[in-house]
Design a protein around this ligand. Structure first.
Ligand SMILES: Cc1cc2nc3c(=O)[nH]c(=O)nc-3n(C[C@H](O)[C@H](O)[C@H](O)COP(=O)(O)O)c2cc1C
Length: 171
């Protein structure tokens, strides 16, 4: 049976939510990542940065913009060293300025994607998948990129059906 890993980054705290700022105790992407696991099984791996991003939404926006401009690779608390045991790699994250947070790339650049199936999942407030699939194509060399999924962040907790139908059709 094919083995799945769901790698995700998600941020709690203040976020933009249907046009207003709201404090969330569980990140939108984390909710979606758990739905994927529930639907198709597999291991969950949460990417966590050593330096926490600001809880304040606007401060975080500035931090993220700076990291994007610098193509920063923030240090992580722990890393996966190998995905050799897995066939399907789900890469899930919020849209930050049109792509994944740089911390996701810190992790991905350490892995050998040759022959792996990769699926992008992005939660967002309007940008859809942004440029994340193009960016994954550059970083996950040798992978086969399957159909990605965009989930409106504010609807994450109501997205179980959409997420499971999508995931079950892939694996
Ligand atoms: C730093 C930052 C940048 C963001 N940039 C975008 C963006 O460019 N496009 C968009 O649609 N949403 C953007 N958002 C909204 C998030 O993508 C959205 O709220 C997402 O669901 C948050 O996921 P999380 O709770 O898992 O971190 C941004 C949010 C933050 C905090």
């Amino acid at each position: 049976m094919a083995k799945n890993i769901i790698i995700y980054y998600s941020r709690k705290g203040e976020n933009y939510w249907n046009g207003a700022i709201r404090n969330i105790s569980k990140g939108n992407t984390e909710i979606v990542a758990e739905f994927i696991q529930k639907a198709v099984g597999g291991d969950l791996f949460q990417i966590e940065t050593v330096k926490k991003y600001a809880e304040d939404y606007y401060a975080c926006i500035d931090e993220a913009k700076k990291e994007l401009n610098e193509q920063a690779r923030p240090q992580l608390k722990k890393y996966i060293d190998s995905i050799a045991d897995y066939d399907n790699i789900f890469i899930c994250g919020p849209c930050w300025w049109g792509t994944f947070p740089m911390a996701i790339f810190t992790q991905l650049e350490r892995l050998d994607f040759t022959g792996k199936n990769v699926f992008a999942v992005m939660t967002h407030e309007g940008s859809g998948l942004g440029s994340c699939e193009q960016d994954l194509r550059k970083i996950c060399k040798g992978a086969v990129l399957g159909k990605g999924l965009a989930v409106h962040g504010a609807d994450a907790s109501n997205s179980e059906n959409k997420v499971s139908v999508w995931a079950e059709n892939l694996v």
